[in-house]
Design a protein around this ligand. Structure first.
Ligand code: SF4
Ligand code: SF4
Length: 344
């Protein structure tokens, strides 16, 4: 079976079934229109009609703070690798965040492979959920072609009138469908409803900035010396919010945390940000990107230009989190618009 149906009345039973098998994480309301991914035990705790969570699901693949190894120097140099991992089901992940996880998969499976990431990823089951409307005005998922499912999940749910159309992508997903006993075969009427949903999306989701996907890297190539970078550099606070909330930002720092005896300790990695002044600082107090404008330009080029050369994909999913969370109101879509205007 590659597709299935589940009635809306059975969704709560599915979440309870998943919670019996292990830890389930889903979108949870925080009030004030904000959401986060957090552990749930039931469907009632979740808000499936949600806009992007404050932090993306990358926090489960690449924790903000992660122990890589423990060391003990009392008797020579003893080091023991540590992988902090648990079985997890991520429920209700939107297509933009699935795309973000695909970006991380590409980076961390590039050589040298990041075994901590790869091991953790193998313990996570991904259940996607289709959006049938825009989250808010910050979204640019259609421009980045991430408003439709493009794999990267075990199961993917699309809402129909009284149930969900389920695309089954992996053996893990198929096993879940079979073992839960809550799914039924797809009917012709359900297939027609899914097609209708996708037809309606074609009208709703259109490129949010008047530029073609394939032309975006060239825009950044041609505007490297643009005044736009100076202008947004003057506004930027270098807080690093935009990188922390980005589902595809993966830069980290590695440091040792010694115990009080200064003999034992652990090596950890923590999220880092190219927006921080220290990020590009090297010996002799030199910095590759001393100015905020340089750091902002670097971040945008790392989303839209450089990864196209290396990975043949853009590292912006269009989730809108960076614009939504920026205290200086630096907006990604406005920045693209300003670059297009300046280039003419
Ligand atoms: S969130 Fe805004 S102010 Fe903070 S570093 Fe990013 S662009 Fe600058
Ligand atoms: S750059 Fe902004 S809109 Fe693009 S993926 Fe990162 S947070 Fe989302």
């Amino acid at each position: 079976m590659t597709q299935a149906l589940i009635a809306k009345t059975k969704l709560a039973d599915l979440v309870s079934f998943l919670a019996l098998c292990g830890k389930v994480v889903g979108p949870v309301p925080l009030g004030h229109g904000q959401f986060k991914f957090a552990e749930v035990r039931s469907l009632a705790e979740m808000a499936l009609d949600y806009i992007p969570t404050i932090l993306p699901p990358k926090k489960y693949f690449m924790p903000q703070y992660e122990t890589l190894l423990r060391y003990d120097g009392a008797d020579g140099q003893q080091m023991q690798a540590v992988v902090e991992v648990e079985e997890l089901v991520l429920f209700g992940v939107h297509t933009c965040d699935l795309a973000g996880i695909q970006c991380l998969n590409v980076v961390f499976s590039d050589r040298p492979r990041d075994l901590h990431y790869m091991i953790r990823k193998n313990h996570i089951t991904l259940i996607g959920l289709e959006c049938s409307d825009y989250c808010d005005s910050y979204a640019s998922c259609a421009m980045l072609r991430n408003h439709l499912p493009k794999g990267g999940y075990d199961l993917f749910f699309s809402e129909l009138s009284d149930g969900y159309f389920v695309d089954i992508k992996t053996q893990k997903g198929e096993q879940l469908v079979e073992e839960s006993g809550l799914f039924e075969p797809v009917s012709d009427a359900a297939r027609e409803q899914l097609q209708e949903l996708r037809r309606a999306k074609k009208q709703i989701f259109r490129s949010e900035v008047p530029i073609r996907y394939q032309d975006i890297p060239r825009l950044f190539d041609e505007t490297f010396d643009s005044d736009v970078w100076t202008r947004i550099g003057e506004k930027c606070l270098s807080c690093g919010n935009c990188t922390n909330v980005c589902p595809t930002c993966y830069c980290f720092d590695v440091m040792d945390e010694p115990d009080l005896d200064l003999t034992r300790g652990r090596r950890i990695r923590v999220w880092d940000s190219c927006q921080h002044e220290t990020f590009a600082k090297v010996a002799g107090d030199e910095s590759f990107r001393e100015q905020r404008s340089d750091r902002k330009r670097h971040r945008f080029n790392r989303k839209f230009r450089y990864p196209m050369k290396r990975y043949k994909r853009m590292f912006c999913t269009g989730c809108g989190r960076c614009s939504r969370s920026c205290m200086a109101k630096i907006d990604l879509k406005e920045t693209l618009g300003a670059l297009m205007e300046e280039r003419g």
